[in-house]
Write a new protein. Structure first.
Length: 222
């Protein structure tokens, strides 16, 4: 069953001579439970595509469906609710708040969604990712791999159906990158739909589907 569906999606920035077509007539389906890589050079449009899939940005034209719902008529607050309910984000440089502890960073999505039993949920996900002993530490006190585990914990704490990872291993060494990838693969085995933007062919070859994007267009789907 498809959980992500794009129909003729285009995204244009700027006007007149400054107009840039970041995406051009993209149509794409991702099924529930797939592990997908989006691969392309810098400026190819892959991050724009991920932002639209993640309800961070709106397309200029076309339709985007998530879990069967057409998001085109969504207002900003509707998109925010959709993000928080359905999607967990993992970023290249972690996106953690440096003045917050590990516990506080992971708790944030639960506060936004007004979830109950927050402490129980946070401690449970930190245990699963083997960083419970770091709960009172700050991001600056952790290694890159540990910070990425915190970012993954934050992405998972609301039990989203979809994990979107934007260059999740880009700031990590080879061994730590594979550890992070192993976590994403395990999450996929548990039923999560995982979409990874990456430059790393070693990461993409471990995915079920590889979408190659060039100049705002899908070049191939393998």
């Amino acid at each position: 069953m498809e959980i992500i569906k794009l129909e003729n999606i285009s995204k244009t920035y700027g006007i007149n001579d400054g107009k840039v077509e970041a995406l051009k007539n993209i149509s794409l389906k991702i099924n529930e439970g797939e592990l997908v890589a989006i691969v392309g050079a810098s400026g190819s449009g892959k991050s724009t595509l991920l932002n639209i899939i993640g309800c961070i940005d709106k397309p200029t034209s076309g339709k985007y469906f998530i879990d069967g719902y057409n998001t085109n008529g969504y207002r900003e607050k509707d998109l925010a609710k959709c993000r928080n309910s359905n999607i967990g984000f993992v970023l290249q440089y972690f996106g953690l708040i440096n003045s917050y502890t590990v516990y506080e960073n992971v708790e944030l999505p639960l506060i936004y969604s007004k979830r109950k039993k927050r402490k129980e949920l946070v401690l449970d996900i930190l245990k699963k990712l083997n960083i419970i002993e770091k709960k009172d530490k700050f991001p600056r006190e952790l290694s890159g791999g540990q910070n990425q585990r915190v970012a993954i914990a934050r992405a998972l704490v609301n039990s989203p159906k979809i994990i979107l990872a934007d260059e999740p291993t880009g700031a990590l060494d080879k061994d730590t990158s594979q550890q992070v990838m192993d976590i994403l693969i395990e999450l996929n085995k548990q039923g999560k739909t995982v979409v990874i933007v990456t430059h790393d062919e070693n990461i993409s070859k471990q995915c079920d589907k590889v979408i190659r994007i060039e100049d705002g267009c899908i070049n191939s789907v393998d």
